[in-house]
Design a protein around this ligand. Structure first.
Ligand code: SAH
Length: 216
């Protein structure tokens, strides 16, 4: 990959995600065209930044594959002004994509590994994603300080849906979470409708484990 022409590499990746059906909404396409994924990856792996694959970011964690970020972002149905909670900041890349979509809204992203939270915060600041707050914490308990949220996205695999996340979801809110065993999960989509939670299964996925009180 030519690191001097990452724009061209991003365009090729996004075109492939569009033709394979992962991307469709024009605002999501434009967000993924803008965010420089290579900047969220350890330098030694940057040449792979625009391959559709998860990559190691240290501490046994990974940045999700671009098609998974595309699919989750499309389903999340983000609107300008939304307040969004992400559990599992990892590299900060997913938060940056969401940041492009919320306008004057805000992203709160919770990460349990302080070193990853620190590097995500640093790169998000360097790239001027000023509407993202990175919080070091145990995300199975959500982040009650800023609840309720319009959208909640969990980017680590859970054994079950943590009750605090359902409690922190606002009226009409949407939650995306991979649920299953430690290796393989199913992506679950939940919409809060009055007192009811409507659930839909979106298919198989593989995330690193969500670790914590209501996790592994
Ligand atoms: N969204 C990330 C990828 C996340 S990988 C990105 O765009 O790069 C999953 C992350 O979830 C890991 O960094 C892991 O440390 C974190 N994680 C696991 N359990 C957690 C918990 N209970 N609270 C917060 N973060 C957690």
């Amino acid at each position: 990959m030519d690191l001097n022409d990452t724009k061209q590499e991003r365009k090729k990746l996004v075109d492939r995600l569009v033709s394979s059906g992962y991307l469709g909404k024009k605002e999501v396409i434009s967000a993924m065209l803008k965010v420089p994924r290579h900047m969220f990856i350890p330098e030694a792996l940057r040449y792979s930044a625009y391959v559709d694959s998860p990559l190691r970011i240290g501490f046994d964690q990974t940045i999700s594959a671009p098609h998974m970020v595309a699919l989750m972002t499309e389903y999340l149905d983000v609107k300008p002004g939304h307040k969004i909670l992400e559990i599992g900041s990892g590299s900060g890349y997913q938060a940056a994509v969401l940041s492009e979509l919320v306008g004057d809204g805000r992203i709160y992203t919770v990460e349990r590994i302080p070193e990853l939270a620190q590097s995500a915060k640093k790169i998000l600041e360097e790239l001027s994603y000023s509407n993202v707050s990175v919080i070091v914490g145990e995300g199975t308990q959500g982040y009650a300080d800023e609840a309720p949220y319009d959208r909640i996205i969990v980017t680590a695999g859970a054994p079950k849906i943590p009750a605090p996340l359902l409690e922190q979801l606002g009226e009409g809110g949407k939650l995306l979470i991979p649920v299953g065993d430690r290796r393989l999960q199913e992506l679950i989509y939940i919409r809060k409708d009055g007192k009811e939670f409507k659930e839909k299964k979106l298919g198989g996925c593989m995330f690193v484990p969500l670790v914590g009180e209501d996790g592994w």
